[in-house]
Ligand binder design. Structure first.
Ligand code: AMP
Length: 183
């Protein structure tokens, strides 16, 4: 089988992290989550970490250069040599340019979900995981950024015929089955 370099994108609450983890097991390649990598970076000491933590808390995008640096460091680890699944990157035009300068995805999975469903899932997650950015106000801001910056960026991958849109409503198993069908 060809090496898989898969990007998973979608609005907050579409379940991209969950599906990336399932697909990672099925394909035997590591799953990298940009949001999780940045949360780890934010938990360290120092000015870089503090800057990331402060922006994440507000639901804004971390500076492109910072996000790219965190990803670059992770990509240097040898486990990504045989392929990877990356969720939550690129999210705007500048990140797109940085990504395509070093790699080409084999597939871009875009998970689609109505806004009410996203909101409901995220508020439920807020109760169990306690993420600081899962408040109604911050969720709204994150969704706004997705529409403003990420959706237009996705069109660039679409023009190259790389995008597969997947209905992300229903159970985790339903969505996983739809994704499995793409391979
Ligand atoms: P997520 O877990 O994907 O919802 O990401 C959580 C937060 O991490 C976002 O609201 C941003 O603050 C930050 N983040 C995640 N991915 C990126 C990215 N590609 N560029 C900049 N910030 C990001």
């Amino acid at each position: 089988m060809t090496m898989q370099k898969i990007l998973i994108l979608g609005p907050q609450g579409c379940g991209k992290g969950t599906q990336a983890a399932i697909l990672s097991k099925n394909l035997g390649v590591p799953a990298l989550s940009m949001g999780a990598l940045l949360r780890e970076a934010a938990a360290e000491d120092g000015a870089f970490a503090e800057r990331i933590a402060e922006i994440q808390k507000r639901g804004e995008l971390v500076r492109d250069a910072d996000a790219i640096e965190v990803l670059r460091r992770r990509m240097q680890r040898p486990d990504t040599q045989g392929g990877y699944i990356l969720d939550g990157f690129p999210r705007d035009d500048e990140q797109y340019a940085a990504y395509v300068a070093f790699d080409t995805p084999t597939m871009v999975i875009v998970m689609t979900v109505p806004e009410e469903v996203s909101m409901e899932r995220l508020l439920k997650r807020a109760q169990t995981e306690g993420r600081v950015d899962d408040t109604p106000e911050v969720i709204r801001r994150r969704l706004e950024i997705y529409h403003e910056k990420t959706e237009p960026m996705i069109r660039k991958f679409e023009e190259q015929g790389l995008v597969q849109r997947v209905d992300a409503t229903g159970s985790i198993e339903d969505v996983a089955a739809r994704i499995t069908k793409l391979f």
